[in-house]
Ligand binder design. Sequence first.
Ligand code: FAD
Length: 328
Amino acid sequence: MQDFLVHDNKELRAAIYEFLKDDLYRPNHYQSMMDFREQTLQRLKKFVAQKFFSVRDYINDPRRFIAALECLMYADYSLAIKAGVHFTLCGGTIAKLGTAYHHAKYLPGVDDLSLPGCFGMTELGHGSNVMGIETTAVYDKAAQQFVIHTPTDEASKYWIGGSGQHGKICAVFAQLTVGGQWQGPHVFVVRIRDDAGRLMPGVRIQDMGPKMGLNGVDNGRIWFDGVRVAREDMLDAFASVSPDGTYSSSIPSVSQRFGTVVGGLTTGRVLIASGGVDGAKMALAIAIRYGVSRTQFGDKPIMEYMTHQAQPVLLTGAPSDTPVDVRA
Ligand SMILES: Cc1cc2nc3c(=O)[nH]c(=O)nc-3n(C[C@H](O)[C@H](O)[C@H](O)COP(=O)(O)OP(=O)(O)OC[C@H]3O[C@@H](n4cnc5c(N)ncnc54)[C@H](O)[C@@H]3O)c2cc1C
């Protein structure tokens, strides 16, 4: 079945599955939310220490990148999401939208988890409509810095995975203005906590607390009160600002530029969808095993009853009114 369903990186996947047999990855449904978060962090640290892949694979070998993260879905969704936010949404954004400077400055810290990362796109008032975000980034030519600011509560970054407790850097989407000219949403790497885990000046974060699921992930809400970011920390693969405040981009229109920027981040969304498929695979395996071992009304496994065989044609090719002995 594995050979039939999986087409790439089989050795890597086998190695990760073997590693995930470690006791640290056993399910534990009796712990508090805070303990679960701590356990998720420890799980991620141990996984990262194995160096199964690098954030640079996001560009160089995307199938390897996706395969490694997908394996975590089978161990624990919180771990998979925490890893996905860090490596894909934050690290992948820096890899894709940044250039050599950002790669050298940030990717080693992403790879060894010394710089846990978040992705600050969504705002309370602006989810699907990212173009409508309100967070501002105004270039201060004299200081050669961008000033990142949250003008209203609706503009606070909302649901940001990893920001509630552990995140140290955040890829923040903000509306850029240079020399009084609006240039549309751009992405900035903002330091949100120092090495000791204390909030940086001007950064306010509210822990979003328990959720209906994924309680091993520390989601947060972030406000920026005039936070200053070095000019070099704007991700500049598609647009840049020179020290004297000249904006330049090979893509002339704001909407085309925005499309190029968010289009480059599709891998993260693909991973979330594939996580849903992985969950369905596990559910199907559990349901089939249960169906062939559970007996009712005598010693017949429930799988032999018509109502349990909702799709016999799909599964076996047999006509739908013919009971199928799935043990054969
Ligand atoms: C657990 C969790 C973790 C998250 N982590 C992060 C994170 O780390 N970083 C981050 O930036 N964001 C994060 N998000 C935010 C997530 O990206 C947004 O929730 C998502 O983009 C949708 O935005 P919204 O919730 O504001 O919904 P809305 O945009 O308000 O949409 C509500 C509903 O309306 C539908 N809808 C909206 N517009 C249209 C339209 N034009 N036509 C038809 N239907 C429409 C949507 O499909 C949806 O069903 C997270 C969210 C959750 C729940």
